[in-house]
Design a protein around this ligand. Structure first.
Ligand code: SF4
Length: 413
């Protein structure tokens, strides 16, 4: 008898043969709509807008604003240099500005946006989580991580989040508001100031700064599209901004398909990451409520179209959750769906969760993780388990939340 090819099954096996843990919230209830589906909030509630800041404006608008404040146009370039190169908004350090009007002028162009409430460091000091208070009291976080040869900052793009994922602490309270572009940028500038001061682990050289940005902090970045894009333009602007490489910037989404298409048309080749977490609609509808709007296949089609438009290989993020989404057949189904859209356009980053005994949201067993990765690689999909640095200070993606303790620290500060 000829040898049979190995059996690969991409359909769920007999239910009794496989343990299937279903997603559910623990210790809180998801808000539901009138049809009983988890509520999705796309529009930002109307709250007092943060003050307009230089980083919210185009170069032309900055010049206009400078003139409005009674200064000659060239002062705009001086302020850009202080803020984007020297990482300061302190008028005392801007001795090239006229002393008499300096404080008022700087307050008009670089109003304070983030107040540091708390800073948590790992023992070696190479990972720092910041808790920031915004002008209206909303709390957001960013996480700064040193790796050999690069420094990554995980930024927040919204206060809270309207996507209501049942595993995510950030989504529990819903969307407080969109962050402004300058509030996003200021997280980077503040991190750069700290690095410059030598406060992030062992410096590799004196001109170090953030090299990589991941939009994986609080919020769904594509739900705050215009401000996300303004912040990316400022990050990548060589003359009037931070001068970073677009390739070092990763925009991640749970799958807002129309916005993915818009992003593909921007001609800014940022790295694009789709937080998929399940290859089948049945599970993903429960795991990522926005899947009720745009299904797995639509999200994958949009991701493939992103690759076509930009030539940038897409990342698929996949948190491995024990007995929920880590089954071998799901690895095979994922590989099948990715291969159906061509070769060489995608890689998969499975992310092991922290072990949480007694919770449905606990990490896959090591051999299960290994088998999941092996199956994808064997099917020709480059797959690497992602580093989960930051988890030890509760600062990894999807876990960012202001705890009651944080709220108390903010109120006291
Ligand atoms: S996982 Fe991301 S998209 Fe989902 S609620 Fe949390 S922050 Fe929002």
């Amino acid at each position: 008898m000829p040898e049979q090819p190995p059996v690969r099954s991409t359909t769920p096996p007999d239910a009794s043969a496989v343990r299937q843990v279903r997603p559910r919230t623990e210790g809180w209830s998801q808000k539901k709509d009138s049809e009983g589906r988890p509520m999705l909030q796309f529009a930002s509630p109307k709250r007092g807008k943060p003050p307009v800041h230089l980083a919210d404006m185009t170069a032309e608008q900055r010049v206009e604003k400078v003139k409005e404040l009674g200064m000659p146009a060239f002062r705009a370039a001086q302020l850009e240099k202080h803020y984007f190169t020297h990482y300061t908004a302190d008028p005392e350090r801007m001795t090239d500005l006229p002393a008499a009007t300096r404080a008022e002028f700087v307050a008009g162009m670089l109003p304070p946006l983030l107040t540091e409430v708390r800073r948590l460091k790992t023992d070696r000091g190479d990972t720092i989580k910041f808790l920031w208070k915004l002008h209206d009291g909303a709390l957001v976080e960013s996480v700064l991580m040193r790796y050999p040869g690069r420094i990554t900052l995980c930024v927040s793009s919204q206060a809270g989040c309207g996507m209501n994922c049942p595993f995510c602490a950030t989504g529990q309270a819903g969307l407080t508001r969109n962050m402004s572009a300058a509030e996003i940028i200021d997280q980077v500038v503040r991190a750069n100031a700290l690095i410059r001061a030598g406060e992030l682990g062992e410096p590799e050289h004196p001109d170090e700064r953030v090299t990589n940005i991941v939009f994986m902090g609080m919020g769904e970045p594509l739900a705050n599209y215009a401000r996300l894009m303004q912040s990316v333009r400022v990050m990548t602007d060589q003359k009037h901004g931070l001068g970073m490489s677009a390739r070092g910037i990763t925009v991640s989404t749970v799958g807002l398909v129309p916005a993915i298409k818009k992003l593909a048309a921007e001609e800014i080749p940022v790295t694009f990451a789709l937080s998929l977490h399940a290859p089948d609609d049945q599970l993903r509808d429960e795991l990522i409520p926005v899947n009720s709007r745009w299904k797995v296949d639509e999200a994958l089609d949009a991701a493939r179209a992103y690759f076509d438009a930009t030539g940038r290989r897409v990342s698929i993020e996949y948190a491995l959750i024990k007995d929920m989404n880590d089954h071998a057949w799901r690895a095979d189904l994922l590989a099948e769906k990715l291969n159906a859209r061509g070769r060489g356009w995608v890689h998969v980053n499975p992310i092991p969760l922290n072990p949480t005994p007694g919770s449905v949201w606990t990490s896959s067993e090591k051999p299960v993780q290994a088998e999941f990765v092996r199956r994808l690689n064997a099917a020709g999909i480059p797959t690497t388990l992602r580093d989960t640095r930051g988890k030890e200070i509760d600062g990894a993606c999807g876990q960012l939340v202001a705890t009651e303790e944080d709220q108390a620290a903010a109120a006291a500060g």
